[in-house]
Design a binder for this molecule. Sequence first.
Ligand SMILES: Nc1ncnc2c1ncn2[C@@H]1O[C@H](COP(=O)(O)OP(=O)(O)OP(=O)(O)O)[C@@H](O)[C@H]1O
Ligand SMILES: [Mg+2]
Length: 252
Amino acid sequence: MTAIDFKRFFAKTTPIAPSPVQAMAKETAIVASHINLVYRNGGEEFNALQDVSLTVKSGEVHLLMGPSGSGKTTLLSILAGLLTPTRGQVNLLGEEITQLSRSRLAAFRLKHLGFVFQGFNLFPALTACENVEVAFHLKGVPQARKHAIELLDQVGLADRCNHRPQDLSGGQKQRVAIARALAGNPQIIMADEPTAALDSQNGHAIITLLRNLAKTSGRTVLIVTHDPRILDVADRVTDLEDGKVVTKAKLG
Ligand SMILES: Nc1ncnc2c1ncn2[C@@H]1O[C@H](COP(=O)(O)OP(=O)(O)OP(=O)(O)O)[C@@H](O)[C@H]1O
Ligand SMILES: [Mg+2]
């Protein structure tokens, strides 16, 4: 017998008051509680994250900073559901993603999350346009080509639509990766060093774009960065050192 999905059934028929968790999700987009991550290679163990807790409010530009090797990429990967923590929970938009099955997690990520990888992760055989287009196809958005061109235009790359990654500079690849992460207007955008390969003009354009996403369209933006220019647009900074949170600063 198929179980009835009461939540969906009621959502369609009767407006129900938001649960305390849903109400909280309106204000907090990301809550990570007591995250630990142990990397195991052969017989060796390495504690990459130790008891990391973090809250990111909706509409906030939040920076994760810290020296190389402090665990920033590891933490971002866990917050995005790309890596399972050894211990601890991650709640995104009111959903405990650490409790979701693989397929539900993949569907959740596709709908709500845009991710820019530190190494870009573009498909080498696809053009810039196709790399962005593929995200629209996966999300089932019609007119994928048209939307992909619009996003590439926003990041200043409309004239590179038909170039493959190997024919783009590092900064251009980075901007294609950012355009792809924005496809379908996800509620949360996570970016690992999104301005690292950019010169000052392009870096400034991307920083402004990320800030506008938060401030004018209410997206939540979490950025791993070493770039002091991003501090100007940040609401809050969490500093990591040796896998631990050392400071949480509110700016302004
Ligand atoms: N797969 C892995 N196996 C073992 N150790 C790992 C693995 N991935 C990362 N580490 C280690 O975990 C620590 C944190 O790595 P992480 O990539 O999260 O650092 P980071 O703060 O993003 O550094 P960077 O600023 O250089 O990108 C590092 O000491 C790294 O060597
Ligand atoms: Mg990193």
